[in-house]
Design a protein around this ligand. Sequence first.
Ligand code: ZN
Ligand code: ZN
Length: 669
Amino acid sequence: MKNFVKVVIGLPIDGPFDYAVPEMLRSQVAVGKRVWVPFRYKDMVGYIVALSEAADVENVKPLRSIIDKEPVLDSEMLELTKWMSEYYFSSWGEAIEAAIPGGLKRGRTEISARVDDGDEEFERSQNLKPTPAQKNALDDICKDIHTNSYHTYLLHGVTGSGKTEVYLQAIGCALELGKSSIVLVPEISLTPQTVERFKSRFHTHVAVLHSHLTPGRRFEEWKKVKSGEARIVVGARSAIFAPVKDLGLVVVDEEHENSYKQQDAPRYHAREAAIKRAEIAGAVCVLGSATPSLESYYRAKQGGYKLKELSERIEKRPMPEVEIVDMRDEERAGKKLRIFSNALEKGIMKALDSGLQAILFLNRRGFSTFVNCRKCGHVVKCKHCDSTLTYHFQKKKLLCHWCNWQADPPEICPACEGSYMNYFGLGTEKVESETHRIFLNKRIGRMDTDTTQKRGSHKRILSDFKNRKLDLLVGTQMVAKGLDYPGVALVGVVSADTALHVPDFRSGERTFNLLTQVAGRAGRGDVKGKVVVQTYTPTHYAIAAAKKHDYARFYRSETQQRRQLKLPPFAHIICITLRGRSSEKTKQEADKLSALLRARLKKIPPAYFPKPQVVGPATAIIPRLRMHYRWNIFLKCADVMWMNKILKEVLTKFGKPSGIYTAVDVDPL
Ligand SMILES: [Zn+2]
Ligand SMILES: [Zn+2]
């Protein structure tokens, strides 16, 4: 029975592969254990996915050794990773390696943790009395946890409506039944404030998993979960693979967040993996957001998820008033182009003068976002990418935000040797420097990836803001997520248009989400909040809907367009990217592959509806990135699993042209 094993490997190669089990190891083999196996010309770590009596091929090599005493993967995890590999077009081994701590991939059994600052003590918190809307959601969720009935809930609650309290009490229900919970939060909101809310309610039951932990600490937390010592896991994307026992509940907070999507293979979306994991385990999945993704809201409306709405803030606090400032009017009034409109400048002044706080939001870091020559118009670009460089004042450098390449700002034009270089566009660094000039003697902080590179600096800026050591905080989307500080009376959006003009069908959705989330930081205490949004396109439906806090209105406008264009949620998109150093060859191969795909799809009987579509090839948004030219081909289809089978067949026929790399991204963002 245990003479042979089927093993998968963490390479982009399909398996499983057969290996013979030497006599002396037969009593130890088990599904889910790691093994050392000879593969091609070296030894590699493999994962046993099945035992068998006979091999499918001849001349099977023996495995070298068995690494684990206990399996690292249980049957649920094997099923989840198998599904992931099929849906997200990776190998099973790659999916498994996304699911386990880094050290385990290299065959290690122990990773020692340095003794760091250790666990903080938190004040204990009690359940709050739920509002009727919270109670209604909780009753259903707890009933489903109790009866092990898999269901996905979409908890759509306006900012400040108490979604977290629903999560906390649902976790409490699971814990009382002896069941475990996983809570996913976007990496960016894994702030001390978020973790504190869970630890102060559940103390030592909580393990925290995210990418900023040292490998040793991460492994410690993983073991704490695997042994059952921790029953609640709070973490970013990869925490969905935490090896919990008796899973009862999975929560995906801010389910619309892009950071849930992994950018390299396997390119999975943690929300979809969460739903699948809950389904496999017979658990409940709760997706929460003030601005649900169109995909999730659509599925809820179709009856696929149970929709629960929390449409009021707790304690009946009013939603903040949103004022839209038309920047064209400001310009028409003949004023010199300024960063702040009158309304925004006065609003900040008023808040700060009454001893309250303000947040200024801009979705771009740096000082000036492009540099060009006044004489010939030459724009300074990255050496490796087709992207404009951003000027960073403190570093006195031009920086590529795609590949991090740095250059000194040119004093004369590299193209015509003209001696005037203009600095255009706005970044957070420039906004911060303006605020110092206008709001004299105020304490001003900035939070973006430039100021939070050092370990602990993110935490320090937030705690300074919380303890009122800062009056004004300038930042990128980092300040938009989950901050809950009662002293914030004013939130200013310096430019609502930055996210809007990205050539991407999701730009309207992204803008609505950002504005709603940023606005939600205002008025969370006893003071009434106000939001000032500066824009050149005040009539855009995403901006108009955000002004009224009207998700339903936004959803109607957005779905209307997507339905016409057959875009998600009305179809799935699969993006195939070809990249290579030769511009010509990459284009040729992209043409060849799209022709193969079109020819194959022609053979599909007309009865199959809706018919999948091939779009492209088209150049990527940044056509040249890190010295590689990139072409995209898009497939639009209704059924991903079915489409993937056809795609695999075509890619096999296409082969591997030399110097060309192919990547597949299912449901890309
Ligand atoms: Zn020039
Ligand atoms: Zn670059």
